[in-house]
Structures are given as structure tokens and as C-alpha cells.
Ligand binder design. Sequence first.
Ligand code: GLV
Ligand code: GLV
Length: 325
Amino acid sequence: MPLPKVYIGLPVQEAGLEILRGKVDFKLWEKEEAPPRNELFADLKDAEGLLAGLPIKADAELFNAAPKLKVVSNYAVGYDNIDVAEATKRGICVTNTPEVLTPATADLTFALILASARRIIEANAFLRSGGWKVWAPELLVGREVAGSVIGIIGMGQIGQAVARRAGGFDMRILYFDTVRRPEIESRLGARYVQVEELLQESDFVTLHCILNDSTRGLIGEAQLRSMKKTAILINAARGPLVDQQALYRACSEKWIWGAALDVFAKEPVPLDEPLLTLPNVTTVPHIGSASRTARNGMAVRSAENLLAVLQGNKPRDLVNKEVWK
Ligand code: GLV
Ligand code: GLV
């Protein structure tokens, strides 16, 4: 029997390829930039599996070009690049890579909290440009993280990992989620509140929820205006959760103290994005899961999920459970 054809749309680490070798007939797209749609579609003509990265939009048009497709295995925990409803309609399994990137993403969130609170990026630039003349009481004074209040919106695995780290910094933890999670509240010392209260009370507001139609634009002008003037907004989830124009006004007019962003409405963020001109906005290029451990884990997990479906087994991380009958 010929091996099932698979298209791997990004340069996945060897740890993942090893799992697939000899089991599927894969074509690997080795460049970092996403394959052009027409090339991708031509390669998907006979493919039963697609291992996709965030730059690949898996929508109805793509599914039309891939009539044999059984699975889209996303190399990410978020899957807003995939039209899941459309995949489900066609009986195509969608999988993601939870857990393996939880520690890395929570670590990066804390790196952003600390970097923005203590102005690390600004301080580094200041020193190297020769600005440092004297140790001075008001030089690069920032916000204290220890003992402050953190508000976590979205208490899934990543939100909980952020909460555990916050505990180590003696932070008071507030959280909001669409479902209350009493079982974790005492363990994490977290208090459930509505978003309004969370925004008003928190020194650090950090987003860890999924992007969908109900969370798009979750943080806009009204929400930013309700935050403390000393507060910092952190987003290491998805850019469209935040209205970037409102955030620019909030940070430039000092409605809030600052922001730290790993993700943007449009990625890569255009260099003329006004937020990039502000010293109180810390930015990094969507590197939340970019630890060696997490990325190898994502390679393995996405390969395993893909292979499971093609071998007729229920994949561990099935997003659209209703396709599996
Ligand atoms: C990265 O953003 C992911 O969703 O894994
Ligand atoms: C700061 O370096 C201090 O010694 O207080």
C-alpha cells in the first residue's frame, strides 16, 4: 500500500519529522515564510494530512483544493488560522499542541511583565547610548511586581501556569474565565471576578484566552480607560484581542502605565505601527513558545496527532471532537 501523502507547511524540527518518516509520504516546505497559496494548493491535491503553522490559513478555499484531506494538525495551541467549523462540516480533524508550550509561554509572559515593569528594554538602550552618567534616585524607576495585583483573563493551562509564577512573586491573583474554576482557586490562591472588576483592580492585566468572535476586541477604549493609571497590559495570546489604536492612545496619553506585547493585530507588525514609537510599550515578535523544549515538543505533538488520524486512531489533541464518531 502506498503511504498516505502529507504536506508539512513549515520547517518542523527533526524530532517531529522522525516520527513521520517511513510512515507517511511527506513533502516538507523548508522556508520560514509561508508557501504561496497556489503552490500550497497544488501540493495539497493528493494530501491526506496537512501539518500547518500559524501563517497558513486553512479555510474553505484550501479545503476545496485538498479533497482527500483528513487532518489539519496545527503546530500551535491556538488555531484561529483554521476555519474549524468548515473543517468539521467536511469531516476533517483539526488538532493543536497544548501542554508542551505552556511553561514557555508562561515564562515569556513573566519576562514581559518584568521587562515592562522594570523598563529593561529602555534601560538597555539608555546604557548603550551613553546616557548613564550617575546612579540617581529617579533613574529608570518602574513598577514593583512583587506584592502587586495580577489579573488573568483566560484561566486555561497557560493562565494557570502564569498564576503559579505570580504566586512566587507574592502577587494577589484575580482571574476571569467564561467558566468559573473553583477547583483551582484555593490551589492557586486566585479570586474569580468579572472582567470589569479585574480591570479596575489589577496592576498587571494579562490575556490568555482564545481568539474567537466573542473575544475579538475584548480590550478596547472603555476597558483601557477603566484600568489603573499605573497598570500594565500584557498580551502573549492573540493580537486581535486588543484594539491597537485604542492601546496606542492609552499608552501615549498615559491612561495606563504601559503595555507589553508578543502578538499583534497584523503579523509581522508593520514597522510604521504607532505603538512601536512608544518607550512604554515593550514588543517582541510572537516568541511565546520559542524555547527549545517547547518547539521540539510542538514538533513531536503535531506529528503524533497527524499520524494518529492517518492510522485511524483518535488523536490526543482533537479540537473538533464532533468529527470523531
Ligand atoms: C502560538 O501562538 C500558539 O498558538 O501556539
Ligand atoms: C542599590 O544598589 C542599593 O544598594 O540600594
